[in-house]
Design a protein around this ligand. Structure first.
Ligand code: G3H
Length: 487
C-alpha cells in the first residue's frame, strides 16, 4: 500500500551483476526503483510508530503473547509464498549466489519459527506470579517502545529480521530502514506486513540514511537503536540521541576475526576451513576470517595449499551453478580492495592474484597477501571482501597479543591437534572474544547460540532467546496479598 500510492521522487537501483551478450558486450542493468523519501515523510513515519505504541491499548503493545504469535504466523505464511521472488531479488541486488540467497531466505523463516517457540518458553510464557513477604508480584516481560531497525547489505533479509522479528514479537513498534543495497527485496513483503499486523506497527522508511536517521534519533522518540552495520555509523548515531541513557542499543558491528594455525594443525582441514571462513560470499560476512596467523614453521606449506585452494574457487555470476566468488555491490568496493593490496605490496608484501582482470567491474578475484605487518591497512582494518591477509608467528604469545590488542572482539578460530595446547589458548581467548572455534571457521550459526562481540564489535547479544530479552524489560504488577489470596 505504502508504495502503490507513492508519487514522489524515486531512486533507480542498478544491479551489481554483469551480463555478456553473444558479441561479448558486457552490461549491467537497472533492477527497479523505490521511493526516495525526505524528512517530511520520515517524520510522519516516526510519528505513526510512536502513536501505535503510546495509544496501542488493545492493539499491538498490549496484545497477548498468543495474539502476537498468531499475527506473526500469518506473516510467515505470506512470506513463505513469496520465496522465489525475494530470493531472486537478493541475488540480483547484492550479487549473492542463488544457492546462498535461498539459504538466507530459508534460514530467516527458521529463525522466525525458532523465535516464536522461544517466546512461548520465555519466563514460563511471559508472565510469572510470586508471593513474597505478603506481596503478590506478577512479573511481565514488556516492550521498550519504538525500535529503529537497520540491517546490513550482506544479509539484507536475515540480519534485518534478526532484530525486527524479536523486537516485534515483544510488542515494540518498528521503524525500519532497508539497507542501501538490498532495498527492493522487501517490497514483496510490505503487503504481508500490512495485512498481518495492526496499523502503525511496522513502518518502512525509504530515504538516504544520513538524511533521516540522525534526525529520527535526535527527536528522542526512538527507544532502541537496532543496527547490524558499521561501528563508525553506530558510534555516530548513538551520539545523536539527546539523552543517551534513554536509548538502548542492540548492535552487531565490525569484526576482524583471526585464525591461529598451530604448528601441529591438520593442514588440509585448516586450509579448507580458512578458505571457507575467509571467502564465503566474497568475505562479506561480519563473521569472516579476516586475518590468518600461521606458525612460521608451516607458513610456506600452508600458503601454497591455501593459494591452490583459492584458485579452485569458481568465479562468476550468482546464478551460475556452484559459483563461489560473485560481484561486490559496487565498484567502490573493488577500488577499496585494490587500494588495500597495492598499499601492502608497496610495504613489502607479496600478492597472490591482484584481483583485477575480470570482465565485470564489480567482480574481484580473491587475493592472498603475505606477510601482512603492522602499519598496513590490512593489519587492523576490516576488509570485508575477497582479500586474505596472512602473517607468521614464532611464539603463540604473538598471536594472542594480536587478538588482545585488537579493537574488535567477535570471534577467533584455533587450528591444532594438541588438546592441552588448544585448551591453554581457549581460556584467555574466550575472555577477549565472544566465540572461540576449535578446528573450524568462525560463523554465527546455529542461530540459537549466543551471538555477540566485545569492544567495537557489538553491543548486546543476539540469538533467538537473547534477542527477545534484548528488546524487552521485566516490569511488574504488585498487589498486597489478602488473607484470602494467601490461601
Ligand atoms: O555478517 C555477519 C553474519 O552474521 C554472518 O553470519 O556466519 O552465518 O555467515 P554467518
Amino acid at each position: 500500500g505504502q508504495l502503490a500510492t507513492w508519487s514522489g521522487p524515486v531512486k533507480t537501483v542498478l544491479s551489481p551483476v554483469c551480463t555478456r551478450d553473444a558479441s561479448g558486450r558486457v552490461s549491467q542493468f537497472e533492477l527497479g526503483s523505490h521511493p526516495e523519501m525526505g524528512i517530511v515523510e520520515s517524520d510522519a513515519i516516526l510519528a505513526a510508530a510512536v502513536a501505535a505504541y503510546d495509544s496501542g491499548r488493545g492493539e499491538w503493545p498490549t496484545m497477548s503473547v498468543a495474539g502476537r504469535i498468531e499475527c506473526m504466523q500469518d506473516f510467515v505464511q505470506q512470506m513463505a509464498a513469496k520465496r522465489e521472488l525475494v530470493v531472486k531479488l537478493i541475488m540480483w541486488e547484492i550479487g549473492k549466489s542463488l544457492a546462498d540467497s535461498r539459504k538466507e531466505f530459508d534460514r530467516t523463516i527458521e529463525y522466525i519459527q525458532a523465535t516464536i517457540e522461544a517466546l512461548k518458553e520465555l519466563d514460563n510464557g511471559n508472565s510469572r506470579f510470586a508471593v513474597v513477604e505478603g506481596t503478590i508480584g506478577q512479573v511481565r516481560r514488556t516492550p521498550l517502545g519504538v525500535v529503529l531497525c537497520m540491517g546490513p547489505y550482506n544479509y539484507p533479509l536475515n540480519e534485518t529480521f534478526c532484530t525486527l522479528i524479536p523486537a516485534l514479537l515483544m510488542g515494540n513498534t518498528i521503524v525500519f530502514k532497508p539497507p542501501q543495497y538490498g532495498t527492493l527485496l522487501f517490497e514483496p513483503l510490505l503487503e504481508a506486513f500490512r495485512s498481518a499486523f495492526p496499523r502503525g506497527v511496522i513502518n518502512t522508511v525509504y530515504a538516504p540514511g544520513e538524511l533521516v536517521v540522525p534526525r529520527m534519533l535526535a527527536s528522542g522518540d526512538i527507544n532502541v537503536l537496532a543496527l547490524i552495520g558499521s561501528s563508525r555509523v553506530a558510534d555516530h548515531l548513538k551520539k545523536q540521541h539527546p539523552k543517551s541513557h534513554r536509548l538502548r542499543a542492540v548492535l552487531g558491528l565490525d569484526a576482524k576475526n583471526a585464525a591461529i594455525v598451530l604448528p601441529d594443525a591438520d593442514l588440509d582441514l585448516a586450509v579448507k576451513e580458512c578458505v571457507l571462513g575467509a571467502l564465503s560470499f566474497n568475505g562479506q560476512r561480519c563473521t569472516a576470517l579476516k586475518m590468518l596467523i600461521v606458525h612460521r614453521s608451516i607458513v610456506d606449506k600452508f600458503l601454497k595449499r591455501f593459494a591452490a585452494a583459492v584458485n579452485e574457487l569458481k568465479v562468476g555470476m550468482p546464478w551460475e551453478p556452484g559459483v563461489q566468488i560473485t560481484p561486490l555491490p559496487g565498484p567502490h568496493r573493488t577500488a577499496y580492495m585494490t587500494a588495500a593490496i597495492e598499499e601492502a605490496a608497496e610495504k613489502g608484501a607479496t600478492i597472490q592474484n591482484d584481483g583485477g582482470g575480470t570482465f565485470c567491474q564489480t567482480l574481484f578475484l580473491p587475493a592472498v597477501v603475505y606477510p601482512v605487518r603492522e602499519g598496513m591497512k590490512l593489519y587492523r582494518e576490516e576488509q570485508f571482501g575477497p582479500v586474505v591477509p596472512v602473517m607468521a608467528y614464532d611464539d603463540v604469545e604473538e598471536a594472542l597479543q594480536y587478538v588482545i590488542t585488537s579493537d574488535h572482539g567477535q570471534q577467533v578460530s584455533v587450528f591444532g591437534s594438541d588438546a592441552e595446547q588448544i585448551g591453554a589458548l581457549v581460556d584467555p581467548l574466550v575472555n577477549q572474544v565472544c566465540r572461540v572455534n576449535i578446528n573450524c571457521q568462525c560463523q554465527r550459526g546455529p542461530d540459537v547460540f549466543p551471538f555477540a562481540g566485545r569492544k567495537d564489535s557489538a553491543e548486546g547479544t543476539l540469538s533467538v532467546a537473547d534477542a527477545l530479552r534484548a528488546f524487552s524489560i521485566r516490569s511488574m504488577v504488585a498487589t498486597k496479598a489478602t488473607d484470602q489470596s494467601k490461601k
